[in-house]
Design a protein around this ligand. Structure first.
Ligand code: ZN
Length: 431
């Protein structure tokens, strides 16, 4: 079966990554030149009787950004979607799955997590919920535990949290280093992460390593020198925590610029705990994403609106620190592309659940259910400059989440309920 349509991009999404696009083309040409009869991997599967299908293709279905199709079907061949539309018009396939009137959404794209760590911070959370404010210093606790852990322990942790995320519908995720803060420990974290995802971020500049407490300039030199050389081969992205108590604007610019020179693309922890230069720097350096965006001036919002930098909002962090919510409504009304992600980490947001973040964004950040679902799928893909995930259109990866609900709106309407009843990743049913 030949894909019927080229995937469309939402108007707000950036240009596709040329490498990803080539990979898409290669895989698609394989899928169309191998006969399904001779290869189980390219057998076609129809998922039909879908009450509501979110495609994120505005040229499909109701014409909204979600491209919502009622009484829909999807056809998967190999690892790709090859057809979507009205179930009455679905083509013949090798296999058939009855969705029994449930909703299907694209697999969630969690574009911000910190999964390579050891230990937990239950006591810190407990204390904070008893009234103590959160500061960046808590990261040092996880750094000590992570350095002391074996490769096997770190690997087991990543695997465990990824399984947890997959069961909740996440099919693409980004993850970072940042709890090693030595050349060896940062490179080790990235090697472990790279075994699980292509979206790996070098975050040697999470905080100044404890050994450099009296010499932050020396630490920046390490992060932009020997540590960068050791880490760049294992990463696609470079990130910095631009915040009081972490790295200031000049340090952040130096770190991201050095990463760019080594072929890494920037993204930034920006304006989380206070106003600051992070968002403007993200736009200046064409970062794929400015993450957190909780404290924004009008100039920050204008800069984002005039750029292709995505604002990634991480409501799990505000939930877990009882902090002020980021104002998603303000960003959306200004025309900024917004992504929603978990920030899964043991200190400030220990959730791997995108549905939980969708519910928070709708309840407390002014997003409509449609906007929140778009941001957790197509928005996350835009924050990773991907157009082969976060949508269910011909040519995209067959990453689908089946909800035990008739509508995607239930993700916010039924908070805390395990609604994910099936997950396909790269065309394989994995949940
Ligand atoms: Zn983070």
């Amino acid at each position: 079966m030949t894909p019927g349509r080229t995937p469309a991009r939402p108007a707000s999404a950036p240009e596709p990554d040329p490498t990803a696009d080539q990979a898409t083309k290669d895989a698609m040409s394989n899928a169309t030149t191998v006969s399904p009869a001779h290869s189980a991997s390219t057998a076609s599967t129809l998922i039909t009787n879908i009450a509501a299908l979110v495609t994120n293709d505005p040229s499909s279905g109701d014409g909204s950004p979600l491209g919502l199709v009622q009484d829909a079907a999807v056809v998967i061949e190999g690892d790709r979607v090859v057809w979507t539309g009205d179930q009455s018009k679905a083509p013949a396939t090798d296999n058939r799955v009855d969705a029994e009137g449930r909703a299907v959404v694209p697999g969630f794209v969690d574009s911000h997590s910190h999964l390579v760590f050891a230990g937990d911070r239950t006591q810190e959370f407990n204390a904070r919920m008893s009234g103590r404010p959160y500061g960046a210093g808590g990261i040092r606790t996880t750094v000590a535990a992570t350095r002391a852990a074996s490769d096997e322990e770190l690997e087991a942790n990543v695997t465990r949290y990824l399984r947890e995320a997959l069961r909740q519908g996440t099919t693409t995720f980004e993850t970072k280093s940042g709890y090693g803060l030595t050349v060896e420990d940062e490179a080790r974290a990235l090697r472990i992460a790279a075994a699980h995802t292509d979206e790996v971020t070098y975050l040697g500049a999470h905080i100044v390593a404890p050994e450099f407490a009296e010499d932050p300039a020396g630490y920046v030199a390490l992060v932009t020198g020997e540590m960068l050389d050791a880490c760049a081969p294992h990463a696609r992205w470079i990130d910095v925590f631009c915040e009081k108590g972490a790295f200031d604007g000049d340090q952040a610019r130096a770190i991201l610029t050095a990463g760019k020179a080594k072929g890494l693309h920037p993204r930034i922890h920006a304006n989380q705990l206070s106003y600051g230069p992070g968002v403007q720097l993200a736009v200046e350096l064409d970062a794929a994403s400015a993450d957190h965006c909780t404290h924004l001036t009008d100039a920050d919002v204008d800069a984002l609106a005039g750029s292709r930098t995505v604002a990634t909002l991480l409501p799990g962090a505000e939930f877990s620190t009882r902090a002020e919510w980021p104002d998603a409504r303000r960003l959306l009304d200004a025309g900024v592309t917004v992504a929603l992600s978990t920030d899964c980490n043991p200190g400030s947001s220990f959730t791997s659940s995108v549905p939980f973040c969708v519910a928070l964004a709708v309840r407390d950040m002014g997003m409509t259910p449609d906007e929140a679902v778009w941001s957790a799928t197509a928005g996350g893909a835009a924050a990773l400059r991907r157009d082969d995930v976060g949508r269910l259109t011909p040519g995209a990866y067959a990453d689908l989440t089946l909800l035990d609900a008739p509508s995607h709106v239930h993700l916010a309407y039924r908070p805390g309920v395990p609604l994910v009843s099936g997950v396909w990743r790269r065309g394989e049913r994995v949940v």
